[in-house]
Design a protein around this ligand. Structure first.
Ligand SMILES: Cc1cc2nc3c(=O)[nH]c(=O)nc-3n(C[C@H](O)[C@H](O)[C@H](O)COP(=O)(O)OP(=O)(O)OC[C@H]3O[C@@H](n4cnc5c(N)ncnc54)[C@H](O)[C@@H]3O)c2cc1C
Length: 286
């Protein structure tokens, strides 16, 4: 990082500290302490998933004086969410002006972070946010807000125990904890996970096709191994194009996309969620 970028970011960090102090962040914890059914101190909130939503949920809770919480994630530090793992697009699909992880603190917006390092003219010229810039920004927000994530800690089971929830976890802090509330911020993995079509040739061990078929969510695809090869991609959505592009850039001779639809999708159904009011009211729209 150049001296200008470093000093710009340091100045912004002073602004953030001042803004958070003026908002009395983090306030003292106000929730009365309780003991769980196991005789151990009860957590007020267990946040599972330390990606974009998990860290923002923890920031929001701490801002409201709920500080007896833990955030766990099964990924290693810095490997939470798709940004630095299996997402392969150069830039975010979202418009650059989207806010959210800042929770309304101006100095914590992506724009403030970007302008502090590159200036206002660079922001005006920016079309879309580079993917890894977004990830570095999220990690910066996490640091500035004091959210700490316990990595390599996986939630295995949730069990109701009277008026609390018991969470069984594996990992370095392998344990069973009880919490008043659990926030599941598991991302797409938590809402269905990666889907494989049920084709006979994909059954592990049943055919050698399986070893040559990879899922877009696979973090370990070595695109250089396909140099000069013909690659087929099942699907023609955003990730299909990202992976096709990665294969071609790594030297694949040809990539063919296969899709069931007669036409490429023309409408991005997530587009309206860029409006905070739409997102908040989504569940009550008819
Ligand atoms: C290729 C791609 C491009 C995208 N582009 C955009 C975009 O441009 N703009 C946008 O807004 N969104 C985009 N998204 C969606 C993006 O995933 C979300 O916006 C964002 O990551 C959601 O944050 P999250 O915290 O809900 O989920 P994630 O960031 O996925 O975080 C979930 C976390 O939960 C952890 N976890 C899961 N199960 C467990 C468990 N049992 N125990 C412990 N931890 C667990 C995971 O390790 C992960 O770190 C994109 C997604 C993909 C895949």
């Amino acid at each position: 990082m150049t001296d200008d970028r470093t000093s710009g970011l340091m100045a912004l960090e002073r602004d953030v500290s001042r803004d958070l102090a003026r908002l009395n962040y983090p306030p003292q914890n106000w929730v009365p302490r309780r003991v769980g059914p196991d005789g151990q101190p009860l957590l007020d909130v267990l946040v599972v998933g330390g990606g974009m939503c998990g860290q923002t949920a923890a920031f929001a809770l701490m801002r409201e004086g709920v500080r007896n919480l833990r955030v766990v994630d099964r990924a290693p530090t810095g490997g939470e969410g798709p940004w630095a793992t299996f997402a392969r697009m150069e830039t975010l699909r979202s418009p650059k002006h989207l806010t959210g992880p800042d929770l309304g603190v101006t100095a914590l917006t992506f724009r403030a972070w970007f302008e502090a390092q590159h200036g206002e003219a660079a922001w005006a010229a920016l079309h879309k946010i580079p993917r890894l810039d977004w990830w570095n920004y999220l990690l910066w927000v996490r640091r500035m807000t004091g959210v700490s994530v316990e990595n390599r800690t996986e939630l295995l089971r949730l069990l109701p125990r009277g008026d609390v929830i018991e969470a069984q976890m594996s990992g370095p802090s392998s344990s069973t904890v009880s919490a008043r509330k659990v926030v599941l911020a598991l991302g797409r993995e938590g809402s269905g996970a990666a889907q494989w079509p049920a084709l006979p040739s994909f059954v592990p061990g049943k055919s050698n096709a399986f070893s040559r078929v990879l899922h877009a969510n696979d973090t370990t695809i070595d695109f250089t191994a396909w140099k000069g090869k013909h690659v087929g991609v099942l699907g023609a959505g955003a990730s299909a194009f990202d992976n096709a592009g990665s294969a071609l850039e790594a030297g694949a001779a040809e990539v063919t996309l296969f899709m069931r639809r007669p036409h490429l999708p023309q409408v991005n159904k997530s587009k309206w969620t860029a409006f905070a009011g739409c997102l908040r009211g989504l569940q009550s729209l008819d």
